[in-house]
Design a protein. Structure first.
Length: 171
């Protein structure tokens, strides 16, 4: 028995009438949740290991962390404009429901990239808690976590992103 066939029939029986766009949304929500949970767990460990008080100082690493956070936030909100989708002609020839499914997969990829950008800057901020006992690192990390939570993909946000993506690529 082919393992791929077993998986696809198994998946279709689990979500027999599930909208493919909603399946992609659920995947993105799970991934985004995991990407948020990692830095949060690291923050808890860093605060638990750090026995001293955190201090606010603006030395090189703190300024670097603020620069990384600023560039991560700018990238997070601007990357949609620069993200390229391959095979647009092929996508345009698909029926509407299949087109939505393909574009939803692109949104998942884009969501993972955006989350990874924030995750790196967040972990760098929390790393400063261990290295420098830096309150700035904690503030930067918590701010980026809050942005991640505030922009978590809900059904309405995901559908709006799909409509926006279709408009941007001329579909």
């Amino acid at each position: 028995m082919d393992s791929q066939k077993g998986r696809s029939s198994e998946t279709s029986s689990v979500f027999p009438s599930e909208n493919p766009v909603q399946v992609q949304l659920k995947k993105l929500q799970i991934i985004r949740g995991a990407i948020i949970a990692g830095p949060l767990a690291f923050m808890v460990v860093a605060l638990g290991i750090n026995q001293g008080d955190l201090v606010i100082k603006l030395e090189f690493l703190e300024i670097l962390a603020m620069g990384f956070a600023s560039s991560a936030l700018a990238s997070y909100f601007l990357i949609d404009k620069f993200y390229c989708i391959k095979n647009l002609d092929t996508i345009r020839s698909l029926p509407a429901d299949e087109m939505d499914s393909v574009l939803a997969k692109e949104l998942v990829t884009l969501g993972i990239i955006k989350s990874a950008i924030l995750e790196g800057a967040t972990i760098f901020g929390f790393l400063l808690i261990l290295i420098e006992k830096s309150m700035v690192g904690l503030i930067v990390g918590v701010l980026l976590i809050m942005v991640s939570i505030a922009t978590f993909p809900t059904s309405s946000r995901f559908n709006q992103m799909l409509v926006s993506l279709k408009f941007r690529v001329g579909l």
